[in-house]
Structure formats: structure tokens, C-alpha cells
Design a binder for this molecule. Structure first.
Ligand code: MTE
Length: 322
């Protein structure tokens, strides 16, 4: 991004939590009541307890794990994924996890508008209870060439699209992040094009991989990771994965995202991961694991080509990988 690279993740770290250990922890969490989740999290080795137990939907976690989406990497320790973040509303550096705790997430109204049969406005807690929640472990690749592997809880975005009932002319969905002037100091940086927005085509939004995440590591989503709901598109660079969404607008015009409007030659609409197409200022051939600093080869579509390559057939004129 248009930022100095902080090198916190380059420090040598112990190995990533193997999935078996993570699973045991999950079973442990499953065994306790939602009301005690916060207290229990404080005792967990890899975790740092943020104020999550108060979330009104805490009873929904952990959700049923979906084994269909397997990864060949260890799960990134929770302490890493929840303290090394990009969330410019709270600062243009990686260490915003404390500042993000100020964000107010209850009540949280979600708006669905534009080319839909009938605009909808509803509280997040009512919306999430209508959706089929499950847990999936996905790889995640930031355009800055760091990567993590985390268990998201959420629902297929297709379920939201079906609920929204778009009209036949809708071709894209634009999403928008909350603007809380009193809790988000980054909004004072007037040179950024607030609010943060992102967009997907209908084919991308309804692809089986695309999730609206509401949880992480078997608990409600931490604020710094985009509570109460954020986008997850594991085959695209991380900046597409817009956080803390308040609005979904169905449209026939291709939306221009936050980063795209700042520098479209560096951060485009498609932003599909491709090791062979370098960012104008750095290579994308390798990626650094947030868990232990190892450098590993990047994969086309972040390894999810079997699910998504067909979407882009015949789009040769487009800058699919930028
Ligand atoms: N969403 C909003 N609203 N603001 C942001 O600054 N940063 C993006 C994306 N979503 C961002 C955002 C970028 S650049 C990345 S890499 C991911 O969030 C990081 O997600 P994480 O902090 O959960 O790892």
C-alpha cells in the first residue's frame, strides 16, 4: 500500500500453531458457555483477549466447521492475526488493534440498497441469525506480500445476495465501511477517500468461496479484523476484503474501490493473486508467513484457481492481477 513497510513480522518467531493444537483449543472453547468465552480466552496461550464476549451474537460461536476447504499450511497463531492488521480508519500502520477497540459495534445497522426488489435496513444481529453460519479455514494474501491462514466463521455471500433479491440488471455489489468520526482517528486524514469501499461482480460475490465473515478463531470477529461483518475473498489480495461493512449496494456500474481511487495502477478492481505479475514497486513471487516469517512461493489465485479461474475466462483485456 502507500505506506512504509513495518517489519514486525520479520522477527524470528516460534512455529505456527499446528492445526491439531488449534482444534483442541476449539473443542475446549466449545465446552464452555458463551458467557464465559471472554474469560476463557484470556487463559489461552496464543490469544490476547479483546472485549468480544459482549457481542450479542456470541452464542452463535463456534459454528460448525466445514471440512470441504482444506489448507496445506498451519493456522496462524491468533495473537498474530489479531495484532498485525490493516485498518486505515484507525491508523496507517499495522498496530491498530488497541485503537480499534473504541469502535462501537452495537447497535450496527446494515443497509441493502440499489438494484434490489426492495431496499432493506436491519440490525446486524437480526441479519446474522437469518444466515447459515459455518467455519472455514482459508489462506489470506495481502498485496504487501505477507500471508496468513485463519479460521473464519461466516456465511456464503450468496446467501446475502439471495436474501437481497437483486433485480436482473444488477451486475456488481459495492460495499461500504462505517464512518465513525468519534472513534476512527484515521478519518481525519482528509487526503484518503473515505469511506472505505470495495466492489465485486455478481459472479464473484456468488462464488462458493466468497464469505461474509462474522467470526474468527471460533469467536465473534475482533474489532481490528473488521467486526461485526467483513468480506473474505481468499483468491484476491487482502485490500478487497473490506471490513466493518454498513452498506451493500447493487448496481450496474463497476464500483471504484478505496485503493483503486488512490492509485489504480497499483491496486485495481480485480486484484487476483498472481506470482507472475509484480506490483509496480515489488515482486509478488514470494510471500512471508505472518506466523514465522518464512518466505514461500505465492500461488496463482492464492491456490484457489479450481474454484475461480472460470470467472475470468475470456477477459484477456482486463488487468486481472493488479
Ligand atoms: N477495510 C477497511 N475498512 N479499512 C482498511 O484499511 N484494509 C484492507 C482490508 N480491509 C482495510 C480494510 C487490507 S489492505 C487488508 S490486507 C486487510 O483488510 C487486512 O485484514 P486483517 O487486518 O484482518 O488481516
Amino acid at each position: 500500500m502507500l505506506i512504509k513497510r513495518k517489519r514486525g513480522w520479520e522477527l524470528p518467531e516460534s512455529a505456527a500453531t499446528p492445526e491439531a493444537i488449534y482444534r483442541n483449543r476449539r473443542n475446549f472453547i466449545k465446552g464452555i458457555t458463551a458467557g464465559t468465552l471472554g474469560a476463557a480466552a484470556a487463559t489461552l496461550p496464543a490469544g490476547r483477549a479483546f472485549a468480544q464476549a459482549a457481542a450479542p451474537n456470541a452464542d452463535l460461536y463456534p459454528a460448525k466447521h466445514n471440512d470441504a476447504y482444506t489448507v496445506d499450511r498451519a493456522i496462524t497463531p491468533k495473537a498474530k492475526a489479531t495484532t498485525y492488521n490493516n485498518f486505515y480508519e484507525f491508523g496507517s500502520h499495522k498496530f491498530i488493534s488497541d485503537a480499534a477497540q473504541a469502535m462501537k459495534i452495537t447497535p450496527w445497522t446494515v443497509q441493502i440498497d440499489g438494484m434490489v426488489e426492495k431496499p432493506i435496513e436491519m440490525d446486524f444481529d437480526d441479519l446474522v441469525r437469518k444466515m447459515p453460519l459455518e467455519e472455514r479455514v482459508y489462506r489470506f494474501r495481502c498485496v504487501e506480500a505477507w500471508a496468513m491462514t485463519v479460521p473464519w466463521t461466516g456465511f456464503p455471500m450468496k446467501a446475502l445476495v439471495d436474501f437481497a433479491k437483486p433485480t436482473s440488471g444488477a451486475k456488481y455489489i459495492q460495499m461500504q465501511t462505517a464512518e465513525q468520526k468519534d472513534t476512527m482517528p484515521g478519518l481525519k486524514q482528509f487526503w484518503y477517500p473515505w469511506p472505505y469501499t470495495e466492489g465485486l461482480t455478481m459472479a464473484e460475490a456468488t462464488n462458493e468461496l466468497t464469505m461474509i465473515a462474522t467470526g474468527l478463531y471460533g469467536e465473534p470477529l475482533p474489532k481490528q479484523n473488521g467486526a461485526p461483518l467483513r468480506l473474505v475473498t481468499p483468491w484476491k489480495y487482502g485490500f478487497k476484503n473490506i471490513k466493518s461493512i454498513v452498506k451493500f449496494t447493487f448496481t450496474d456500474k463497476r464500483p471504484v474501490g478505496y485503493w483503486e481511487s488512490l492509485a489504480d495502477s497499483e491496486y485495481g478492481f480485480w486484484a487476483n493473486v498472481n506470482p507472475k505479475v509484480p506490483h509496480p514497486r515489488w515482486s509478488q513471487a514470494q510471500e512471508r508467513l505472518l506466523s514465522n516469517g518464512d518466505e514461500v512461493p505465492t500461488q496463482l489465485f492464492n491456490g484457489y484457481g479450481d474454484y475461480v479461474a472460470d470467472i475470468y475466462k475470456g477477459m484477456d483485456g482486463e488487468k486481472l492481477y493488479m
